[in-house]
Write a protein that binds this ligand. Sequence first.
Ligand SMILES: [Cu+2]
Length: 717
Amino acid sequence: MLLFLLLKLLMSLKYTGSVMMENEFYDVELDDMSTSSCSMSSFPHIVSPEGKGQLLVHEGALYYMDRARKGRCDSMRRTIATVLLTILVLVLLTSALLLATRKLLVPQQHFGPPEKINVIDFRRAEEEYILDPMWDYTAPPTVREYNFAISNIIGKPDGVYRPLIAINKQFPGPLIECNEGDVVRILVDNQSVNATSLHFHGIYQNGTNWMDGTSGVTQCPIAPGRTFQYVFNITGQSGTYYYHGHQGVQASDGLFGPLIVHSRRERIEEAAKHSSDRVIMVQDHYHDSSDALLLQAMRPGHEGAPTPVGALINGRNTRDCSRFSKRLCDNSSISHATFDLDRNAAHRLRFINVGALAYFHVSLDAHSFTIVEADGTDLVPITESRLLIAPSQRYSLILQPDQISQRSFWLRARMMTHCWGDNPAEATEEDGEVKAIVRYKAPSEISRHAGKRIEQIPVSKAIPRNLMENCLDMTNLTPAHWTPFPNTASKTYYLESNIAIGDWRLERGYFNASSFRPNITSPTLHRVLTGLHHDTYKETFAANGVNDKFFNPANELVIQHPKTEVVDIIIHNSDEQSHPIHLHGHKFFILGSGHTLFPGYEALGLSSTTKSFLPGYEANFQNVMSRDVATLQNFGWLAIRVVFDNPGAWAFHCHISWHSEKGLGMVFLSKTDEMRGWEIPAANKALCAASMEDLERGMPPSDVLWEGDLETDGATE
Ligand SMILES: [Cu+2]
């Protein structure tokens, strides 16, 4: 009996066999979860290096174990195994009689056949992204409550299993829907292994800057095991927005979802009547977690952003598993995202680019459509057959069903791979394009088939491409409602943006000489209020412009204004990649953009001294487009005019996540006179009480990691 127990213990340490998932068997190595120091409860990071992570099973979900931990666990197991083997050999030598009862040594009944593992249903139903057709636009202002439990799961968005960050165990995140004037309240319970925060992209947060969700700027991140409630009012804006993680590149792991704000007058003022309204999120997709990719992207000698392996629409794609032989892949139960539309009505499609890198070119075979909204700004409708959408931008289209008899069409979202700078040639057609199906049906058929995944593969052909496409914004956009354009600006700030190799051959993002490093244990906003409240720092907060007394511009460029200020920001791009530039808490007016160098104020029709429009150019400034993300094109310029009238510390950064994590960001500090009366709410302060180790989980590695390291991927110079 003793021998049997010893042997069982030894064998339980590692089991190589097969697991069944969704009726398919896979060869995997399963570790015993009862080995305490190697169990999920002490699991620090989920990293899945190229097919070399070890799979673990915990509470019905599959997990990868990272290489370092696996090594430590393996080493511990080897030690235990050696001791046990020694005992076993001694016992064997002195217990020859037991050898006769060989069956005792092969207790197969305990190890096979493999038990079925229920991989949780991680995929959020497509129907959840259809807006409520019975929505009450005139409901009294109300509090919209949400509970988000954030956790790590394994899912297979395109067939390939990978670690994901889920909200309420599903991917992508749930829809937040509200009316203008409502209060949104989201209780975030961080059950994941990394610290996190949620940013509500494009929401003004007027008076609630500490709810902006920017780790290191407006808050300490929510450490693992902690909760935090985001509460904010939505005033003076409506349209299509979204929320996403703002710690590291967590959005790329699945931490995002749509946020739709209905205007009270949405149905009265809409440019084209439509019978349905839905969200379509496009994103570039990676098979590795952002932890692993960031580590790789930040190391010495590494240039450019990680190249996506494909793309998703509303979290779905279906890939050929034979192309990913090193990966655990199962595409048997996946279909393309499918949109069932009433043939006799018009439909609003709200596109959001939730990706980390790629600009998308979107088209629907045999169709043109009307663009009616960009980043929450209603537009004078324009008819187009293609849509260009940069990371974090949003566009609403109105689709009128075609008059031909075909029932289904491909909706194509193609990553503009040639804009990545480095090796786009490797990306194949299949890698670059993700498709969804648009099916026309009678209303009765739509309700009958809702939720069922019966695919009718379209035979439609793609609209021919333009030969020359660049990563630019669509420029023919005009706001539908007049917004007063400030005819003068008090200042102009010139920024040079660059992604450059610096010390220790580390590639960093720069605005002028500054590469932003968020201080996650002491966010900018918290330090500003400490400074504003103490006379000692009075002098250091006297600036009306760059504050280089209180902040170190080398890693935290802060431009501050004591009162409301209208300023122009002109950025030159020294880089071969376009940057979608985003300002938190504001929309800004687009004065112009172009290739090469900024041509000067006069070329835009503005006086270079007063910055007012020149005689004869008034018409150019009657209805200037405003939005919250605009493209600074490769080797080009972007000029914007901002009314900084929203008190707080607002991040201004490139929305290519890899670039912003490399430091392409800074902070605008607005209306500091008003901020002087602020106090950081206790719940926000409490977040900073977590240990530094916990707060830093999920952050990009510090440069210190590589100091003195002159090697690159094993090669030396
Ligand atoms: Cu960028």
